[in-house]
Design a binder for this molecule. Structure first.
Ligand code: 13P
Ligand code: SF4
Length: 365
């Protein structure tokens, strides 16, 4: 196609959107099978359209593990590119177009805080015999490593219930981090009473809990949350249903317990897409998940008479997912064309080995 003659020097030096799109296509074509682009459902449309495979965190992890490509360019957030590095072959290279694309929820738990919690818990029970540590995939690699070496496991929003069932078959309690909502919503579907799911406040000694509360708990929930999904409120559902009582409510399990209780369906991004795709024509949907995905669903299904609405009256996009834009993708690809790897995500092998244990346990479950 002949457009990518001069490599983009930095992601901010291209102004023309159309030229940028054309050069991405040209670079992709030239890299051919050496490249695979993975795109999470929350990516903006101008980036999402270049993904060879799209999916939720579980589907994309499997895709990364099975990919043959030399370069895995992850249009998503940092922990996703880490998982791609951990699960791919040592000669494959995982890249994220913008290093600033993190996940604010993942940042709410870190290894020193989790080690401290484990140590504090060990003053009243033996955690390695009584607690399975479970980390949501939205977490740093060293936390997956922590779970690997303490007999624990990783979960995603798709398999959280199966993972918790497995965890309780190993030990009587679970320490679930970093998302309290996914932990609570999943525990509730398993019939665990709310008072047996206590919140560990990592800023307080002993998580702010008494020994009795810890002894009585089935799940100890880390006090983390997603800033996007916490915007959805049960009153928004009530208000919408007053206007359109026939509406079906569907939410991501990172939303609060109250929102999930008022929802007809709760599940991962992939589940949300599938449920609306398989629904009857002329149905109305109120969706509690990230705006880019909801907008895509609206466009995709309006032809079938399906009416898809965003739950919150205010705009709530995942601002870190949004950092991946066409100029950063182009900059990444044109550098790869020159054999210059930018923004590689490389997890130290000693951490990766333990994290892989926890991820492989998940993939087996
Ligand atoms: P999914 O695995 O459901 O795509 O969720 C990822 C995520 O970060 C949701 O906020
Ligand atoms: Fe993290 Fe929330 Fe963004 Fe998902 S939507 S990547 S949990 S900040």
């Amino acid at each position: 196609m002949g457009l990518a003659v001069h490599k983009l020097e930095d992601p901010f030096s291209i102004q023309d959107d159309e030229e940028c799109q054309q050069r991405i296509l040209a670079a992709k074509e030239e890299l051919g099978e050496r490249l695979v682009i993975l795109g999470h459902h929350y990516q903006r449309e101008e980036v999402f359209q270049h993904a060879d495979f799209s999916g939720d965190s579980l589907k994309l992890s499997r895709q990364a593990a099975n990919s043959q490509a030399e370069y895995i360019v992850f249009c998503g957030v940092h922990f996703m590119a880490e998982v791609a590095d951990i699960l791919s072959r040592p000669d494959q290279i995982s890249v994220i177009p913008d290093m600033n694309a993190g996940c604010s929820m993942a940042d709410m738990a870190d290894l020193p805080k989790v080690e401290k919690a484990w140590q504090e818990l060990s003053t009243i029970l033996n955690p390695d015999e009584t607690i399975t540590p479970v980390t949501y995939i939205n977490s740093a690699a060293d936390l997956k490593g922590f779970c690997g070496r303490h007999g624990g496991i990783v979960c995603t929003s798709t398999n959280a219930r199966h993972v918790l069932e497995w965890s309780f078959s190993q030990r009587e309690k679970v320490l679930f981090f970093p998302d309290q909502h996914l932990g609570r919503n999943t525990g509730a579907t398993m019939g665990i009473p709310l008072d047996q799911m206590v919140v560990w406040d990592y800023d307080l000694p002993m998580g702010g809990l008494t020994a009795e509360e810890i002894h009585n708990a089935k799940i100890i929930l880390w006090k983390g949350f997603c800033s996007v999904h916490q915007m959805f409120r049960p009153e928004q559902i009530d208000r919408f249903k007053e206007m359109h009582p026939e509406t079906k409510i569907i939410s991501h399990p990172e939303s609060s317990y109250e929102v999930c209780q008022k929802s007809d369906y709760v599940g991962s991004t992939e589940y949300i897409i599938k449920t609306i795709a398989e629904a009857e024509p002329n149905t109305r949907w109120l969706v509690g998940t990230e705006l880019n995905l909801v907008n895509r669903l609206h466009e995709q299904f309006k032809g079938e008479g399906k009416s898809v609405h965003f739950m919150s009256p205010t705009v709530c996009m995942c601002s870190t997912m949004f950092r991946i834009d066409p100029p950063h993708l182009l900059w990444t690809l044109e550098n790869l064309l020159e054999g210059n790897v930018v923004n590689q995500i490389k997890v130290d092998e000693s951490v990766a080995e333990q994290a892989r244990l926890a991820l492989e346990r998940m993939l087996e479950v």
